[in-house]
Design a protein around this ligand. Structure first.
Ligand code: PGA
Length: 265
């Protein structure tokens, strides 16, 4: 089973519209002379206010919008209503998104997102035909206490609760050890691969072998151009969710380029 790698850039709460446009144009220029079949799936998650500016430059290279997909960084599970400050999946789709990141550790930590909320969001995203990028990961304390696997297995089971095998197969999971996010401390590639293989087993348990074979599971946490080739060479790592290094076209494009050297699994 071959899974097309995904390189996703999570811009978090960074970049004004003009900077977002310039960065997106830099990534687009890099992709322009490469066919979609040799590129990984590229996903960019700008802030909500930059979605329209990014989409305005997205699809004019003749690729039909297939080379770079756009993601929301969060969503609400309801379609509309009195939820001040929230954004629905319909609104993200309307703004050109085909993916939505959910359950990022920063949202769990600073905005009290629970597994139950993440499950509702995943269902809403899939119901509208978009793809959730479901984040999971352990704190340093949990790692040191030896509960990494059971903690993550619990997060994944809760996030996928009640979702059909077919929808699980289309989804994306990002394993992001919290202690590796934005710290410059990358998780050892063999260890990241071990945890990701464990996640794949959990998916097999809850959604069957075919979904486990199809689902793409990314690593995230201080991914850099210098780390990606080794990470991508591992059996179960299907790509990366990149924060800091996605904020410069030079480093993000280099991550894409280095991924292309080890694309065929
Ligand atoms: P980082 O962020 O690459 O800056 O560590 C990754 C993420 O939070 O998605």
């Amino acid at each position: 089973m071959s899974r097309k790698p995904i390189i996703a850039g999570n811009w978090k709460m960074n970049l004004l519209q003009s900077d977002a446009k310039a960065l997106f144009e830099g990534i687009k220029a890099f992709c322009a002379d490469k066919s979609a079949t040799v590129l990984p799936t590229i996903v960019i998650a700008p802030t909500f206010t930059s979605l329209s500016v990014v989409n305005s430059v997205k699809c004019d290279c003749g690729c039909g919008g297939t080379k770079i997909s756009v993601a929301g960084q969060n969503c609400h599970w309801e379609s509309s209503g009195a939820f001040t400050g929230e954004i629905s999946v319909e609104m993200l789709a309307d703004a050109g998104c085909s993916y939505v990141i959910i359950g990022h550790s920063e949202r769990r930590q600073y905005f009290s997102e629970t597994d139950e909320m993440i499950n509702k969001k995943a269902k809403a995203i899939l119901a509208k035909g978009l793809i959730p990028i479901i984040c999971c990961g352990e704190t340093l304390e949990q790692r040191e206490a030896g509960v990494t696997d059971s903690w993550i297995a619990g997060q994944i089971k809760a996030a996928l609760e009640g979702i059909s095998s077919e929808d699980v197969a289309k989804s994306v999971i990002a394993y992001e050890p919290i202690w590796a996010i934005g710290t410059g401390k990358t998780c050892d590639s063999d260890e990241a691969n071990r945890v990701i293989a464990m996640i794949r087993n959990v998916v097999k348990e809850v959604a069957g072998a075919s979904a486990a074979d199809s689902i793409r599971i990314l690593y995230g946490g201080s991914v850099k151009p210098s780390t990606i080739a080794e990470q991508m060479s591992k059996s179960d790592i299907d790509g990366a969710l990149v924060g800091g290094a996605s904020l410069k076209a030079e480093s993000f494009n280099q991550i894409i380029e280095n991924t292309m050297t080890v694309m065929v699994k």
